[in-house]
Design a protein around this ligand. Structure first.
Ligand code: KG4
Ligand code: ZN
Length: 340
């Protein structure tokens, strides 16, 4: 069974192809980073326009990489939310066109679930119940996945998403967009204990996060040092900021796993590519006897393979979408078109 997955919810135009739910056949990503970099963030209109231009060539390359044609496919899966409305519309319109032209079933995929389910391409069939930390540019949440494929949100950020915080602080440190990978790289040379930044909502008994106070504290610290004429050690600030984020994510994820009584934890979303988070989460899970599944960095950031994998699961469960499938920029985790 070959499922094609189209992802256009934010600033990556991506097409992936997955065979029999677990085998990656193609994963092509046309990044728009250079188009958004001059603005220091993703510009929705620029993203939608770029998706229009890049979708067809990305699709062609994915089919070529997988060595197949549209005739060989069994379904067309597409992210229909959450995400930027204009960006989502391009992918969904493209998927509908393909489904109509080929007569193949259309499957509507939830972007957040896809971030979690992509792990099956590297670790084989997932064995829920599990707790997933979904950390990306737009989301920071802890979710529970159950054996029937259903998802439930345990908690989420009450303000900024982790990736958003990484990108904003990077901008203040004069680092290029997107800032997450830059902070990750520079922090390796810095002292994570150089500054004691706040760990909001740590050990408060909830599964929620708050990151805006941390962001403000880092910006204040930078201004204070500049006003005092002190040299800013960018590596120390980056390392201390990153450590504060990682500390809270670690503590909250382990508390959720314990509270839910699960033996498996997964990391998902762009920020799961962060080397410090991956390393420390591995140590912590080893110490607690938890199994940790962390996809390769290229499968953590937005990609089409995750949509194809999630779409293949839905197809197997009989969840085919109508050709009238709509985009939903705020699609909840237990959204339409999906079991659970
Ligand atoms: O999942 P994703 O590709 O797109 C969304 O759905 O938002 O996540 C993108 C976010 C960006 O904020 C980016 O800076 C962050 O993930 N990111 C990282 C790293 N790689 C990407 N943050 C920290 N460390 C990284 N290595
Ligand atoms: Zn994402």
């Amino acid at each position: 069974m070959l499922v094609l997955g189209i992802e256009t919810s934010c600033d990556e135009t991506a097409v992936g192809i997955v065979e029999d739910r677990l085998t990656l056949r193609a994963n092509v990503i046309a990044s728009q980073v250079e188009r958004h970099a001059p603005y220091g963030g993703v510009v929705p209109e620029v993203a939608a326009r770029a998706h229009l231009e890049l979708l067809q060539p990305t699709l062609d390359r994915a089919l070529a990489d997988a060595g197949c044609t549209l005739d060989d496919l069994d379904a067309i899966a597409v992210t229909h939310g959450p995400g930027l409305v204009g960006a989502l519309l391009v992918g969904v319109a493209g998927a509908k066109g393909l489904a109509l032209a080929t007569g193949l079933p259309l499957v509507g995929v939830n972007h957040l679930r896809a971030h979690v389910e992509v792990a099956q391409l590297e670790f084989g069939q997932l064995e829920p119940p599990l707790v997933a930390l979904v950390v990306s540019g737009g989301h920071t949440s802890l979710v529970r996945m159950d054996a029937d494929g259903s998802f439930r949100q345990l908690g989420a950020t009450i303000d900024d998403a982790a990736g958003e915080a990484f990108d904003k602080i990077a901008r203040f440190l004069g680092l290029p967009f997107p800032g997450g990978p830059e902070i990750d790289r520079i922090a390796r040379r810095g002292d994570p204990r150089a500054f004691d930044f706040p760990r909001a909502m740590s050990n408060d008994g909830t599964h929620d996060f708050s990151l805006s106070g941390l962001k403000t504290a880092v910006i204040r610290q930078l201004r204070r040092m500049e006003d005092a004429g002190e040299d800013v050690d960018v590596a120390d600030v980056a390392a201390s900021f990153q450590e504060a984020i990682v500390d809270v994510q670690l503590e909250k994820t382990l508390a959720a796993a314990a509270g839910e009584g699960v033996g498996t934890v997964t990391l998902a979303g762009g920020v799961a590519a962060n080397s410090r988070l991956r390393g420390r989460m591995q140590e912590a899970c080893d110490a607690q006897g938890l199994r940790l599944l962390v996809p390769s960095p290229g499968l953590c950031t937005d990609n089409g393979a995750m949509v194809a994998a999630s779409g293949a699961n839905l197809l197997a469960a009989g969840a085919v979408a109508p050709l009238g499938l709509e985009v939903d920029p705020n699609l909840p985790l237990a959204g339409a078109g999906s079991p659970g």
